[in-house]
Design a protein around this ligand. Structure first.
Ligand code: FAD
Ligand code: NDP
Length: 307
């Protein structure tokens, strides 16, 4: 296993007290057709700020929505994963992109709209936004990225960092294997489908696996989730996961890590995990959900960004 050399990054060049001004240059829906899951690709122009060239894919950008919360205090900062490669959207280092889902909920008959995601999704080219960052120190591609293979697990907008990472890897002639396992409720929710389909068509070493949870069911009646791909798509994933120089990245909803780690263990891929509390003495098939949740931690080969 080659040494994983993570790049040095600059953090919080701009903070909520002293944010930078960015200009919106692009804002478009990133599903192929209409979907109730409204997700938009947003590009910020950070020209004239000290952020130019500073965001690495895997890091996040902070956005400060205008206005005040119900307590009369300024709205808090929200973080959004960078979905452009480190050298910038379209290779332009003053452009940084993200992938934002309009957050909304109905609770007890009252409809709530997320403050920041809807603010960002309503912005038009030319609008000015207060931003902070960069944020995030470890969720990065190694500097020696070509020394590894990658399995990326994403749920929903957790795809954001992988869009940028995949552009970054393949634009520099990456020869190893990359598998992207993407989970969403319906086929209409697949994010950036054109980009990833074309990547799969044009690169034999890019493996694109979609796990659609609410259309079909697995034989045992359970849903197709990113973690069930470890079994359902073992023909593709097993050979990659078995290589000694493969790294795993996961991004998206909190909770996805437990199923992924448990299924990795059940399929003999222990090197991605650190076990505690005597779990190593038990057959992974016998591990309970609670044990998997509390007693498995990611090893150095596993990178996790969930919340
Ligand atoms: P909020 O206003 O914070 O509300 C949150 C939710 O609660 C909404 O769904 C809202 O409808 C609901 N709500 C509000 N008030 C009530 C109430 N009184 N009762 C019940 N429900 C209520 N998100 C992305 O879309 N893309 C990304 O790439 C991304 N990357 C992230 C990276 C990191 C490291 C982290 C920590 C988060 C990331 N997020 C990302 C999530 C993002 O930061 C926000 O949390 C998200 O956009 C919701 O913020 P909001 O201001 O729109 O919603
Ligand atoms: P979607 O609802 O579009 O898709 C999520 C998919 O994951 C669905 O198919 C869902 O299935 C499935 N799923 C539900 N529970 C699990 C589980 N335990 N394990 C694996 N898969 C599961 O996703 P959203 O875009 O709405 O949300 C994704 C989450 O990622 C949010 O919490 C978002 O805020 C977060 N996020 C985090 C980031 C970060 O930390 N850097 C970056 C971007 C997003 P079903 O609903 O049918 O059960």
């Amino acid at each position: 296993m080659p040494e994983i050399i993570l790049p040095e990054v600059e953090l919080n060049i701009y903070s909520p007290k002293a944010p930078a001004e960015a200009t919106i240059v692009e804002n478009y829906v990133c599903t192929a057709e209409g979907s109730p899951n409204i997700v938009r690709h947003i590009t910020f122009d950070i020209s004239g700020t000290d952020l130019v060239g500073k965001f690495r894919v895997g890091q996040s950008i902070g956005v400060l929505p205008p206005g005040e919360n119900e307590k009369g205090r300024p709205h808090k900062l929200r973080l959004y994963s960078v979905s452009s490669p480190s050298k910038g959207e379209n290779g332009e280092k003053h452009l940084v992109s993200t992938t934002v889902k309009r957050a909304m909920d109905e609770v007890d008959g009252t409809f709530y709209m997320g403050v920041c995601s809807n603010y960002i999704c309503n912005l038009k080219p030319g609008d000015i936004v207060n931003v902070t960052g960069p944020s995030g120190r470890r969720y990065l591609l190694p500097e020696n990225a070509d020394d590894f293979n990658y399995v990326f697990f994403a749920t929903g907008t957790g795809i954001a960092p992988f869009r940028g990472m995949i552009i970054e890897l393949f634009e520099s002639g990456f020869k190893g294997d990359v598998a992207l396992v993407f989970g969403c409720p319906y086929r209409t929710d697949v994010l950036y489908p054109k980009f990833f389909n074309e990547m799969a068509e044009n690169n034999n070493n890019f493996h694109y696996i979609k796990m659609i949870s609410r259309e079909d069911r697995r034989e045992d009646g359970s849903k197709f989730y990113v973690q069930t791909a470890i079994e359902d798509q073992s023909k593709i994933l097993d050979p990659i996961l078995s290589k000694e120089n493969t790294l795993i990245y996961l991004c998206g909803m909190k909770g996805m890590e437990t199923g992924i780690y448990h299924n990795l263990a059940k399929n003999g891929h222990m090197d991605y995990l650190l076990l505690r509390g005597g779990l190593e003495d038990k057959d992974p098939k016998e591990w309970t959900w609670e044990e998997s949740k509390t007693l498995i931690k990611p090893s150095g080969r596993t990178f996790e960004e969930v919340y």
